[in-house]
Design a protein around this ligand. Structure first.
Ligand code: GLA
Length: 386
C-alpha cells in the first residue's frame, strides 16, 4: 500500500509539477454470493478486498479538470461546465464521469473549483474484481471532501453507479460501489439493493482457519457490451411477464407458476435470480449461526445456478471451480458479472499451495492460459489516506 501511495504522489508531482493536496483510496471487491441480483432489487453479500485504487488530487484556481494515470499516456483535460457523458471516452470516463455524476447529485459544477488528479491501482483490470468501482469510489470520496459536498456513502455509491451507467455505458447495478465504499475489515456488506439498507456481517475467516482464494482465469470481459445487458433485459422481461416491478417480488414458491408463464430461457434466468436471493439470505444466517465453514454448499449451488440457469460461466471458470472443489475447497463459485474474470474458493489455509498447484496443473492440461491465483483479505472501504 505504501508503495502505491509513493507512486501516486510522485506520479502526480511529475505530471502536474506540484504536490497533491491529499490522497484517497478505495478497494476492489469480491462478491461472496448474490450475483446478478443487485439490478433486480435483491440481496448481495460482497466484501472489499486488500487491493486498492489510490488517487492524488488537488484543487485548481480555474474550472479545468485534468486526470492522469500510470495506465494511460495522455493527460485528459476538460472544463467542468462542459462535462457530459457523451464527451467522455476511454479510461477518463471513470474519474470524469464521477465529477459529472456529482453534478447530477447536487454539486454546482459551474461554481466548484477544477482539479488535477493522478490515479494508480493494484486492483487487476478485467478480472471481475471491480477495478472500475474502485476508481469511481476513490474519486467520489476525494471530490466529496475537497468540494465539501457532505454526501453520505450510500449516495456516493449511487454517484459511482451513475458514472458507470451513463459515462462508461455499462448497465450495472449498485453492488460494486457499495462494497468499495461500505466495506469493513474481516467483514462482508449485506446489502438490500431495493431499500439500500446494509448490515456488516463478520466473516470469521481467521478464527476458522479459512481464506478466500481468487482464481483469475485471465479471460477478460466487458460489461458495456454483450451478455451482461442481455441478462439484465431477460430479467426485466421476466418481471414484466410475471406482473411485478422487479424479481425481488418473486419467491421460490412462485416458481412453479412462473414456469407455466415464461419461455424456458427466461424462466431459467428468473430461477437463478430468485434462488440466488434466497442463497444470500441463507448465507448470512449460516455465517451468523455456524460460521464460514458451513457456507460451502451455498457457494457451490450458486455456481451451478450461474452455469446452468443464468449461463454466464465459461469453461475456464468451471474448471477453476471444479478443481478447487475436487481438492478440498469448502465451496467455490465464479464471482462478478461473468463471461470471464475470476472465481473464488473458500479453502482451509493449509490447503492453499496444494490447491494453487492443482489449478495451474488443470489449466495447463486443458491448454488454457496460466491463471493468476491469490488470497484476498476483507479490507476497509474507501478512505482518506493522507
Ligand atoms: C458486475 C456489476 C454488478 C453486478 C455483478 C453481478 O460486477 O457491476 O452491479 O450486477 O456484475 O452480480
Amino acid at each position: 500500500m505504501s508503495d502505491i501511495r509513493d507512486e501516486v504522489r510522485s506520479g502526480f508531482t511529475e505530471t502536474f509539477g506540484y504536490e497533491p493536496a491529499g490522497l484517497w483510496s478505495a478497494p476492489g471487491r469480491v462478491n461472496l454470493i448474490g450475483e446478478h441480483t443487485d439490478y433486480n432489487g435483491g440481496f448481495v453479500l460482497p466484501f472489499a478486498i486488500d487491493r486498492r485504487t489510490v488517487v492524488a488530487l488537488a484543487l485548481r484556481d480555474d474550472c479545468l479538470a485534468r486526470v492522469a494515470s500510470s495506465f494511460a499516456d495522455e493527460v485528459v483535460e476538460i472544463d467542468l461546465t462542459e462535462l457530459s457523458p457523451d464527451r467522455l471516452h476511454g479510461w477518463a470516463a471513470y474519474p470524469l464521469g464521477v465529477a459529472w455524476a456529482l453534478g447530477e447529485h447536487g454539486a454546482d459544477l459551474s461554481a466548484v473549483p477544477g482539479f488535477d488528479a493522478y490515479i494508480e491501482s493494484d486492483v487487476p483490470v478485467g478480472s471481475g474484481l471491480s477495478s472500475s468501482a474502485a476508481i469511481e469510489s476513490a474519486v467520489a470520496i476525494a471530490l466529496n471532501d475537497v468540494w465539501r459536498l457532505r454526501l453520505d456513502r450510500p449516495e456516493l455509491a449511487s454517484v459511482g453507479q451513475l458514472a458507470e451507467n451513463k459515462a462508461v455505458g455499462a448497465p450495472t447495478g449498485i453492488m460494486d460501489q457499495s462494497a468499495s465504499l461500505l466495506g469493513q475489515k474481516d467483514s462482508a456488506v449485506f446489502l438490500d439493493c431495493r431499500s439500500l439498507e446494509s448490515q456488516i456481517v463478520d466473516l470469521g475467516l481467521t478464527a476458522a482457519g479459512l481464506v478466500v482464494l481468487v482464481m483469475d482465469t485471465g479471460v477478460s470481459h466487458a460489461h458495456a457490451t454483450g451478455g451482461y445487458a442481455e441478462r439484465r433485459a431477460s430479467c426485466e422481461l421476466g418481471a414484466r411477464m410475471l406482473g411485478v416491478e422487479s424479481l425481488r417480488e418473486v419467491s421460490i414458491d412462485d416458481l412453479p407458476r412462473a414456469r407455466t408463464i415464461l419461455d424456458d430461457v427466461t424462466f431459467r434466468r428468473v430461477r437463478h435470480v430468485v434462488t440466488e436471493d434466497q442463497r444470500v439470505l441463507d448465507t448470512v444466517r449460516t455465517l451468523r449461526e455456524s460460521g464460514p465453514a458451513a457456507i460451502g454448499e451455498l457457494l457451490d449451488a450458486s455456481h451451478r445456478s450461474m452455469r446452468d440457469d443464468f449461463e454466464i460461466s465459461v469453461p475456464e471458470l468451471d474448471l477453476a471451480v471444479e478443481t478447487a472443489q475436487e481438492n478440498g475447497a469448502i465451496g467455490a463459485r465464479m464471482t462478478g458479472g461473468g463471461f470471464g474474470g475470476a472465481a473464488i474458493a473458500l479453502i482451509r489455509k493449509d490447503d492453499l499451495s496444494r490447491i494453487q498447484v492443482a489449478i495451474e496443473g488443470a489449466f495447463a492440461e486443458h491448454g488454457f492460459g496460466l491463471p493468476d491465483t491469490f488470497v484476498v483479505v476483507a479490507a476497509q472501504g474507501a478512505s482518506r489516506e493522507s
